[in-house]
Ligand binder design. Structure first.
Ligand code: AGP
Length: 619
């Protein structure tokens, strides 16, 4: 979950690295540092605990001038957040520095081995074994060949790692390596300058041309370009990808937080998600990147969806879509459970990962498990060039643009929309979804971005959510209830509240109330219900009565024109009336806004919630 930025070229390195780290601060932020080769050819290092601004102040006091450097923002895995544990870590002679994202699982044995060779450690981190190991091989068995020394060292490491090494003895190059699923390594191509980063937004201001390292690959990056190899030094062909994201999309604009911007841009992001996928002539869905033809679709016996967190809740919605429209059984499993329960998977099944970052270690491991059992693997993924998009047989891009806020919002609605597209696609390919039904749903889908835009426009102008936050921000527990396709939306709404406002919240199937949760209801336990006028509406009304009878406050996500429910509850979070299939995508938006305003009212760090990171690349 750390952020890495490297630069080599003709401009001052420090400002470019700092700007890139600012874009990556959401990935990990309890300390930060950088190293630059100064004009005398010596490596200068600055490291500070706390937020990136502390490092910026240190550099203002003691600037470093040079055109080659590497920087890092840290989310602690080994060793508490502190200056001594901040990256870069240096070799004893100060000639070599390393930054890392990931974990060295065998660092204790390596540390003991290196200490027996005379190395003295200055930090509690696992990363420090990497720089000493490279230094050892460089001076003892690689005869001053830095690439060889890095390769030797990487072969000793166990666990996922992405690293960048810089040596004052080889000032014309950076060396980047990717081991396992430690988060991406992007190599950016400029004019007479090159970039390395753990995530696209860090360098998107400088270049749109990027290549991405795969597992056990390295890049030797000079100002003129990059050479890609495996860890035995054999050349590797890499495709250079043009990234079409809008660089300002990774900026907050007029919003206070990335999360707020990403909530309110869902009208546009849903437009992008649908772009190029609705065929209004054939009433079909276009999903070429899925690489699944009609024969394969007809052979499918089951789909297992694997994901974590918010993406898992999107998968629960997908189950309703795919079973209803494609008549295909769907199982949804936490990736962290799937990978360890010896799952029964077969070649006539699809294992579908949902992952915004494309780098979640449990989700990638679940895909690996599915691949070894011969299943058709697919991913619904947002981050371009991420591992999940590359290791699967097919994928569906969320096309939501960069999602910077740690709490996932627009990626969630994009995932659900992609799942609806997939269900329609499979229904047609399997011959179980007649054209008239497809035509109706596709026509409704084309109205989705407009409906989202209207809902969000009204919410942005309204004081409703700030007033609700004022009234409820001191409560300590919330219950979220939904039925059928809105049960996963209740789970997601609860997660949004808890992960950014630190209020305990639990999402539950409304029908389960009598089986336990109703014991919790009193005036101190507000209940949020999702109750559009669908086939279970009457059941939700009686649920509301039961909560109100026990003095429980009730907030209802409901149709804006529903006066029945308005008379029964303490507040309505309005959504427009539309096709039942689209309603879950809209119903989550008021819950996102409510959670956001509660977190702001409580003074929480909305974009960087404590203990969380945007991409969980370590177990
Ligand atoms: C959601 O708000 C959280 N940030 C978290 O649950 C997230 O959804 C989960 O870690 C999965 O991430 P992914 O979609 O990138 O795999």
């Amino acid at each position: 979950m750390c952020g890495i930025v490297g630069y080599i070229g003709r401009q001052e390195a420090a400002p470019i690295i700092l700007q890139g780290l600012r874009q990556l601060e959401y990935r990990g932020y309890d300390s930060a540092g950088l190293a630059v080769l100064d004009r005398t050819g010596a490596l200068q290092v600055r490291r500070e605990a706390g937020k990136l601004v502390n490092l910026e102040q240190a550099l203002t006091k003691a600037p470093i001038s040079g055109v080659v450097g590497v920087g890092h923002t840290r989310w602690a895995t080994h060793g508490p957040p502190s200056q001594r544990n901040a990256h870069p870590h240096s070799s004893p002679d100060g000639d070599l520095v390393v930054v890392q994202n990931g974990i060295v699982e065998n660092f204790l044995e390596l540390r003991q081995e290196l200490e027996s060779l005379g190395y003295r450690f200055c930090s509690d981190t696992d990363t420090e074994v990497i720089v000493h190991l490279i230094h050892h091989y460089y001076h003892n068995s690689s005869a001053g060949d830095l690439e060889r020394a890095v390769q030797r060292a990487m072969q000793r490491l166990k666990g996922p790692s992405a690293i960048v090494a810089l040596s004052s003895r080889h000032p014309d190059r950076l060396i980047a390596v990717r081991l396992g699923n430690a988060g991406g390594v992007a190599v950016g191509f400029g004019e007479g300058e090159m970039f390395v980063a753990s995530d696209i937004p860090a360098i998107l201001h400088h270049t749109r041309q990027m290549a991405f390292l795969d597992n056990r690959q390295m890049a030797v990056v000079t100002a003129q370009g990059a050479i890609f190899k495996d860890l035995y030094g054999r050349p590797v062909q890499k495709e250079c990808v043009r990234i079409d994201w809008n660089p300002t999309a990774a900026e907050k604009g007029e919003f206070r937080h990335f999360m707020q911007k990403e909530i309110f841009e869902q009208g546009r992001s849903l437009t992008d998600t649908l772009r190029g996928r609705l065929d209004f002539q054939r009433h079909s869905i276009i999903l070429d990147s899925l690489n699944l033809d009609a024969a394969q679709a007809q052979r499918l016996s089951r789909i297992t969806i694997v994901a974590c967190g918010t993406s898992y809740y999107a998968g629960l919605v997908g189950k309703y879509y795919i079973e209803r429209l494609a008549r295909l059984p769907v199982e949804v499993d936490y990736a962290s459970e799937f990978r360890y329960r010896e799952p029964l998977v077969a070649p006539d099944q699809m294992v579908l990962a949902i992952t915004q970052s494309g780098e979640t270690v449990d989700t990638l491991a679940a895909l690996e498990e599915a691949r070894t059992q011969g299943a058709f693997t697919a991913a619904i993924v947002n981050a371009i060039g991420s591992q999940a998009a590359r290791v699967t047989d097919g994928h569906i891009a969320m096309q939501a643009g960069p999602e910077i806020g740690v709490a996932s919002t627009k990626a969630f609605t994009a995932s659900i929309t992609d799942l609806l597209l997939l269900a329609l696609y499979l229904g047609e390919q399997r011959g179980v979804l007649p054209e008239p039904q497809r035509r109706h749903i596709i026509r409704m889908l084309s109205t989705l971005p407009g409906l989202a835009g209207e809902l969000l426009e009204e919410a942005l102008r309204s004081e409703r959510y700030r007033e609700l936050a004022e009234r409820y921000h001191t409560y300590h527990n919330f219950l979220y209830l939904g039925r059928n396709i809105h049960y996963p939306i209740a789970r997601e709404g609860a997660l949004k509240l808890k992960e950014i406002s630190y209020i305990h919240a639990e999402g539950y199937p409304a029908g389960e109330m009598k089986h336990g949760p109703i014991a919790l209801i009193d005036a101190n336990m507000p209940t949020v219900v999702i109750a559009p006028r669908d086939h279970v509406y009457d059941k939700m009304l009686s649920q509301i009565e039961q909560v109100k009878a026990r003095s429980g406050p009730v907030l209802a996500v409901a149709h804006a024109d529903d006066n029945t429910i308005r008379a029964k509850v303490d507040a309505v979070l309005p959504i427009p009336v539309t096709d039942a299939l689209l309603t879950p995508i809209l119903a989550v938006m008021p819950l996102q806004i409510f959670a956001y305003e509660m977190a702001v009212r409580r003074g929480a760090d909305v974009d960087q919630p404590r203990n969380l990171a945007k991409s969980v690349t370590v177990e």
